[in-house]
Design a protein around this ligand. Sequence first.
Ligand code: PMP
Length: 358
Amino acid sequence: MARVYNFSAGPAMVPDAVLKRAQEEMLDWNGTGMSVMEMSHRGKTYVSIAEKAMADLRDLMAIPANYKILFLQGGATGQFAAIPLNLLGDKKVADYVNTGSWSKKAISEAKKYCQVNVVAEPAKFNTVPEQAEWKVNPDAAYLHTCHNETIEGVEFPFIPETGDVPLVSDFSSTILSRPIDVSKFGLIYAGTQKNIGPAGMAVVIVREDLIGKAAASTPSVIDYKLQSEADSMLNTPPTYTWYMAGLVFEYLKEIGGLEKVAEINQRKAQKLYQAIDQSNFYSSPVEPNCRSWMNVPFILADSSLDKTFIEEAKKNGLETLAGHRSVGGMRASIYNAMPEVGVDALISFMQEFERTRG
Ligand code: PMP
């Protein structure tokens, strides 16, 4: 059976090479006679798999030594609560930039634990407000951004300068898409089901000095200090997701690391936006300077053709192109694992659809 090009926003495509390797290792990992999912998380074999995955991620993202990497359960949504619980300390306020649907969810969860100061919010979620316009609170415990809004397809074109206030950012849909300077952030977090592998974990990269201020009521499984001391194994972690993430990290290193990945991603995104901009039938709702490399929403000039577009795309092996139910239109998520030929196939299909139906 042929594999399709799956443009899902997440869970999303995993590189073929990684899936094949997992398949080869499924019944017998490295002569142990066990599948990785059958191993004790406390055993020497599994611990070596887990440690290698962490080390490879540190290497890939050039994560400085004074940052801890945590693999936690509860996805990125769990972090919406974990962040205020762990980082507020004796402060009462946190700053949030609202750039779209995922910022909004982070804000409403944070409101359970602190006073949220929304420092900026564009009238329409198709842009990132310039930092000069932000109304920050100098006494905020941290400033939160969603670096890439998965639904609206809006990506920060800059890393905010926040002085002594730690910058906390949701990288769920853009982590590993290109190199970033981790030292500019206090904390970076991401769900695993997009650029990392299967669903089931959140990766949290947190500067050491921010750890250890958790509120007494913080559940132990999301307490950064407890999890850091336990190497993210305070309880049984999602062992198979962790292993799969490790295979993805190894694969990304093999193909040339994040510089190489960024080169491919930029080319993929550029050609898709170019095809949209050059057509009179498709349009992008996002301002050019903050268009995401990973999630590309686009609109058909005649929305009555949306259903037909999706049905015909599916017949051509191009799946999951409907925009999020809250915004409509189309969205092509083109994460690392989407091969460039998949983007080429989408562009050809779009051009043919426009020629015959537009
Ligand atoms: N933040 C962003 C930017 C997302 O795209 C998502 C999931 N689509 C989430 C948070 C929530 O992630 P999870 O489902 O892993 O909790």
